[in-house]
Design a protein around this ligand. Structure first.
Ligand code: SAM
Length: 205
């Protein structure tokens, strides 16, 4: 499968100017449902992984400390412009989700929206999310997943050759991935297109 971090950096840099046009409205409800499941408290330190153009920013509480990382500086430039428009202080850094430059147990909440199905090695990203979360920290995931009950069939795997090259993998299974990285899933709700897109809230096991 042709999906590498270098390819993601290139393609998302190319998509950056049109990303909001395609994604903003379509995912507004799904990202809100996902973030509404988080137990928010004043002063929490929050990390957006694969933060993109910052479409999650308007859905976050105002009284938390927001950090955002992405592999594409062009996506992050748009995030910073959005943060300015909303009057938010966001600490944004270009970084690979598979190698986070943060100490252990540094964040109260980690948000991974539309990135678990995009990264070439989602397990590496989830293990890093686990490492940087405090003991009772929360992981908020929203993405497209294959049913946990059965692996993707032949047709889906064939279609996946195209979708994973252009945008995203459609064969990944949420619970095996999250549990394999050491998380316990607390909430798991379909949020869009039947059960294709799910919002999951997880904590460290
Ligand atoms: C589909 S977009 C999702 C953006 C945003 N989270 C959202 O919900 O709109 C995927 C994002 O992940 C970023 N990305 C892909 N691979 C990455 C990696 N290894 N580390 C950090 N960011 C990555 C891309 O640059 C892109 O901005």
């Amino acid at each position: 499968m042709f999906n590498t971090t270098a390819w993601n950096r290139l393609r998302y840099s190319l998509y950056a100017p049109v990303y909001d046009l395609v994604v903003a409205r379509a995912f507004r409800r799904a990202r809100r449902l996902a973030l509404d499941a988080v137990h928010w408290r004043q002063g929490q330190r929050v990390l957006l992984i694969g933060a993109g153009t910052g479409l999650d920013l308007p859905c976050l509480p105002r009284d938390v400390e927001i950090h955002a990382i992405d592999i594409s500086p062009l996506m992050l430039a748009r995030l910073e412009a959005r943060a300015d428009r909303y009057g938010l202080d966001v600490i944004a850094s270009t970084m690979d989700a598979a190698r986070l430059d943060y100490p252990d147990a540094h964040f109260d909440v980690v948000v991974m929206h539309l990135i678990v199905a995009v990264m070439p090695d989602p397990q590496a990203g989830l293990r890093e999310a686990h490492r940087v979360l405090v003991e009772d920290g929360q992981l908020c995931v929203m993405d497209k997943f294959q049913s946990d009950a059965r692996p993707a069939g032949v047709v889906r795997r064939l279609v996946n050759v195209v979708t994973s090259f252009l945008a995203t993998d459609i064969t990944r299974q949420a619970r095996p991935l999250l549990e394999g990285a050491g998380f316990v899933v607390e909430h798991d709700t379909p949020v869009m297109m039947g059960t294709l897109f799910r919002a999951l809230l997880a904590r460290k096991a």
